[in-house]
Design a protein around this ligand. Structure first.
Ligand code: IPE
Ligand code: IPE
Ligand code: MG
Length: 242
């Protein structure tokens, strides 16, 4: 198996990383941004075409207000500081997640990141911000329901493709590989529809420690997997047709 075209990462463990060092959680989140910069470079170096990162979930609003504000601040800082560099290196930025209810300044920064880099052709970086898989599916269902109510779609004509096209990830291929750091083994509402047949790799390292060697280790595990998509293992198909 070759290099996955689309790698999605649940960047988890910033809080534990900080705690282990007796530092405030903000220090962990800052170190996490540095690990993200590194991951973007590594993805390009390894020939990955799409990198999706889970930056803030629709459930992360339930954290204490000070931490939420730190996380929003870091996103703004990341875009203000790194956008020019990302653009120079040909990265095309996409943002998924619910955007309407975000503060106008954040919305503008996200819009700007997408429009500035729209013509770029190297790595596609998808930032999942205020993103939740269930919320995304609910918003898609509303769009489709509105189209049905207006007579634009016949309910019998709704297909998997109709749903895919109504999601935030319209036009983005499904992830081949989902990596989660920090040892937690769950999806936490990430890409629920899109990850139907993704390979999942869980790494014990905390996100701020994630470097090129961890990225490579995840790709090694991915290559050792056999993807079947509900069909038959390749060797079975070759050895018998029964
Ligand atoms: C991931 O690190 C960053 C976000 C969820 C935004 P955490 O903050 O979840 O760190 P842990 O899981 O508490 O260690
Ligand atoms: C998932 O991590 C969200 C992000 C990495 C942005 P969480 O730390 O929020 O997930 P849970 O609460 O442990 O499931
Ligand atoms: Mg966490």
């Amino acid at each position: 198996m070759t290099t996955p075209a689309h790698v999605a990462i649940i960047m988890d463990g910033n809080g534990r990383w900080a705690k282990a060092r007796g530092l405030p959680r903000l220090a962990g989140h800052k170190a996490g941004v540095e690990a993200l910069r590194q991951a973007v470079r590594t993805a390009s170096d390894l020939g990955v075409s799409w990198l999706t990162v889970y930056a803030f979930s629709s459930e992360n609003w339930s954290r204490p207000a000070s931490e939420v504000s730190d996380l929003l601040g870091l996103l703004k800082l990341f875009i203000r500081r790194d956008l020019a560099e990302l653009h120079r290196s040909g990265v095309k930025v996409h943002v998924i997640g619910e955007r309407q209810s975000l503060q106008p300044d954040i919305r503008m920064l996200l819009d700007e990141a997408e429009s500035l880099t729209a013509g770029n052709r190297s790595l596609n970086l998808v930032i999942a911000f205020n993103y939740g898989g269930r919320d995304e599916i609910v918003r898609a269902a509303r769009k489709i329901a509105a189209d049905v109510a207006a007579g634009r779609i016949d309910p019998a004509a709704v297909t998997e493709q109709t749903v895919s096209q109504a999601l935030d990830t319209r036009g983005i291929p499904d992830p081949d590989l989902v990596i989660r750091t920090s040892g937690e083994m769950r999806l936490s509402n990430f890409l629920l529809w899109q990850a139907a047949y993704s390979e999942l790799v869980f790494l014990p390292c905390l996100w701020p420690d994630f470097g090129a060697e961890h990225f490579e280790e995840a790709l090694r595990q991915f290559r050792a997997r056999e993807r079947r998509f509900g069909g038959r293992a390749e060797r079975d198909v070759i050895s018998s047709s029964a």
